[in-house]
Design a protein around this ligand. Structure first.
Ligand code: ATR
Length: 279
């Protein structure tokens, strides 16, 4: 029931209408009987600052931030968690009252790297393992950061070599050009590019013949859930992790930040799967 005590949450992005986060978080509120609500909010880049101030004024507890505002939003926040500062992107905001001053404080966090680490750790040990990351955008940065943090040895590859080398240098890891991937020995491969996403579902982010060399293949694309990459990987005998896992675990970490409660992960996963089936 929505009433005066409902704890308000949501997601800022542009576009945001296809986001699965509302379904996931609202299912979690219902499951743990918390009077909370999570709504999608489409906000243009030039209005991000006004939106953050407005959400604080309206008494929102917290919001997710998605593409393309994860970097822009940082300049409008009072505080930024050191890890989010280091990654240079915020995907979670918590609004709270300062305990002494009584003023409202907005604080930015990044849970994307926690989400990818948690997803991959379900299938393998991260510490000491070599992981090949395809891509060098914002998602690759968070994924790569998480892996380095967990003590994995990361190798970056990317279509645009300059961008790939820049990320590898930032992470303090190796870069491998796309035409030399056959030389890389790694336990896992993670696709952080949008290759294979609807509507281009036949596309592969790397050559299929490389896949038998990996124990685990993870894709962050979740539309479709079974990407061409994961199909080939399963056929090659690899363990596969679909894009729902990272989405789920970054969301679970957000839920914990906002509510201080243990997220009902199974309920959240089921809600995501049901929504994807419905679409
Ligand atoms: P995000 O922040 O979601 O990671 P992004 O910053 O646009 O998005 O990065 C997208 C990544 O997917 C990049 O690594 C991009 O490669 P380039 O740096 O060469 O642009 C990669 N990517 C997107 N489309 C691709 C394609 N068709 N083939 C190969 N790589 C692609």
């Amino acid at each position: 029931m929505i009433n005066g005590s409902t704890a308000l949450h949501g997601i800022l992005g542009d576009p945001v209408c296809h986001s699965l986060s509302p379904v996931m978080h609202n299912a979690a509120f219902t499951a743990i009987k918390l009077n909370g609500l999570y709504v999608p909010m489409q906000v243009k880049k030039e209005n991000v600052g006004k939106a953050v101030a407005g959400l604080a004024a309206l008494g929102f507890i917290g919001v997710s931030v998605t593409v393309p505002h994860k970097e822009t939003v940082m300049e409008y926040l009072d505080e930024i968690d050191p890890v989010a500062q280091k990654i240079g992107a915020v995907n979670t905001i918590l609004f709270r009252r300062h305990p002494e001053k009584g003023t409202l404080v907005s604080r930015g966090f990044n849970t994307d790297w926690l989400g990818s680490n948690h997803a991959l750790a379900e299938a393998m040990k991260l510490t000491g393992s070599r992981v090949l990351v395809l891509g060098a955008g914002g998602a690759a940065k968070a994924v790569g950061f998480g892996l380095v943090e967990a003590g994995a040895e990361v190798v970056i590859t990317n279509r645009s070599e300059d961008r790939g080398r820049e990320l590898a240098s930032w992470l303090g890891c190796d870069f491998c050009p796309s035409d030399s991937l056959a030389e890389i020995e790694a336990a896992a491969l993670i696709n952080t590019t949008s290759v294979g996403m609807e509507p281009n579902t036949d596309a592969l982010p790397c050559e299929a013949k490389l896949l038998p060399d990996f124990k685990v293949v993870m894709d962050i694309v979740y539309a479709p859930l079974q990407t061409q990459l994961l199909r080939h990987a399963a056929r090659a005998g690899c363990a596969t992790i679909d894009g729902l896992a990272m989405l789920l675990y970054q969301g679970a970490a957000q839920f914990k930040i906002w509510t201080g409660k243990q997220p009902p992960v199974d309920v959240m996963r089921a809600a995501l799967l049901e929504e994807l089936k419905r679409r």
